[in-house]
Design a protein around this ligand. Structure first.
Ligand code: BES
Ligand code: ZN
Length: 406
């Protein structure tokens, strides 16, 4: 084991040395900005110093300019040294990286100050909604979505999966005239995000967002060709979101506020899809009252059934979600934990100034060991969607309480 580790370390060291420190950088590469926890800045500087420009730190967050081909290497090394899966956010330009740095450091989340009434008073409606939820449909969704070879943001199957999803959502809401399903196209890569919008009947300018990432990833290199079923990460979250849409649609629920359901592209490569959407919504001054992130809902690996991530989230909304669990699913045990870094799309929304939350399937240290590999299949999450159903009920109660007409 020790020998293997020494060999692997030497191999990595040699590769990093030759590929990065000494070889000239390819001219065609897009230059990107990344932000990451300041605790890993010295390490990255040591490994990639010659090719990283403009290190700039503000408290806990550091930004730097890198080249696109460095990103898998950074993931690999951070994963090895810090046991974080990614641990950094990729930005398409300097301004967005700097905004993220300043937003985070000033902790000035002006838009989070929007008043939201978190009273719980829709018991009849919520219980009627729960009757519509069907575990078997989530299971079927996860299986079908996992069959795409991968859902990587630059691969053909990554684009096809989004077309399939859009079509699936369109069919669910085909009978409604107050619902739109559309692609959000991204300029810098082929995979679009998919959005379903139900226009609010009373206060359409007030909006609620529920979603997760639809892309998947596996391996360190050649990721556009790797098999990446992404059943738990994150067909489970999109299957859960889809089941919430189905329930709402079958109830013929007409929300007072506008509801958005979103399947983000390109999360696995630095939260890039959600950040584009969240930043644009912030730039347009959209009134988003709450964002619920569903990323990994079906692997039951802890004695707690659900964990509220306390970092990069809004604590008042987190408390509201806990209260919803206590009111509507008292059998579900839950507590707080942290990712320790911007681990999913809730961070994009949080950094754009909106109240976001991420209820998660396990404690962080008991995370599903199969994610980001070809082994992330529904069988490795127990073969059913029993655990995901807790999240479908939570998400449905969240939407109904925040958008019922009376
Ligand atoms: N679903 C994961 C995030 C996650 C994994 C949260 C395990 C908690 C426990 C997400 O898809 C992911 O892989 N995020 C990246 C970070 C991102 C900035 C590339 C990660 O954690 O490496
Ligand atoms: Zn992931």
């Amino acid at each position: 084991m020790l020998v293997r580790s020494i060999i692997v370390s030497f191999f990595l060291f040699a590769l990093v040395k030759t590929s990065y420190a000494e070889s000239p950088s390819p001219q065609t590469d897009q230059e990107l900005w990344v932000t990451f926890g300041s605790d890993i800045a010295p390490f990255l500087n040591e490994k990639f110093g010659a090719r990283i420009e403009s290190f700039k730190s503000f408290d806990e967050i550091t930004m730097a300019r890198v080249e696109e081909d460095m990103i898998p290497w950074m993931s690999l090394l951070i994963h090895r040294e810090f046991q974080r899966c990614g641990g950094f956010i990729v930005h398409d330009d300097f301004t967005s990286a700097q905004e993220s740095l300043l937003d985070y450091s000033s902790r000035d989340f002006a838009k989070s100050a929007i008043f939201v009434d978190y009273d719980i008073r829709q018991r009849r409606l919520v219980e009627r909604g729960f009757e519509k939820l069907q575990e078997e449909r989530i299971t079927q969704f996860i299986k079908t979505f996992s069959e795409f070879h991968n859902r990587y943001y630059t691969s053909e199957t990554g684009v096809q999966a989004m077309h399939w999803l859009k079509n699936e959502w369109e069919q669910i809401v085909a009978h409604r005239s107050d619902v739109d399903v559309y692609f959000w196209e991204h300029d810098n890569w082929p995979q679009p995000s998919v959005i379903l919008r139900i226009e609010g009947a009373v206060n359409p300018q007030e909006k609620i967002v529920v979603g997760g990432h639809a892309d998947s990833i596996a391996g360190w290199f050649g990721q556009s060709r790797s098999r990446a079923p992404g059943a738990d990460d994150n067909a489970s979250g999109i299957g859960t979101t889809t089941e919430i849409i189905r329930a709402i649609s079958e109830m013929n629920f007409r929300p007072a506020r506008t509801l958005y359901f979103m399947a983000y592209a390109a999360e696995e490569v630095g939260l890039r899809g959600s950040r584009e959407i969240a930043n644009q919504m912030a730039a347009e001054d959209k009134q988003i009252l709450g964002v619920l992130q569903l990323d990994m809902t079906n692997y039951n690996g802890s004695d707690w059934d659900m964990v509220m991530m306390s970092d990069f989230t809004n604590s008042e909304q987190n408390r509201f979600l806990g209260a919803l669990l206590d009111a509507y699913q008292p059998e579900v045990s839950w507590g707080y934990d942290r990712c320790g870094y911007a681990c999913s799309d809730h961070a994009s929304w949080h950094q754009a100034g909106f109240p976001a939350s991420m209820p998660f399937e396990t404690r962080t240290r008991e995370r599903n060991p199969h994610i980001h590999t070809a082994r992330d299949t529904i069988e490795r999450s127990g073969g059913s969607s029993h655990h995901a159903m807790n999240f479908a009920r939570l998400g449905l109660s969240y939407v109904l309480e925040l958008s019922a007409q009376d």
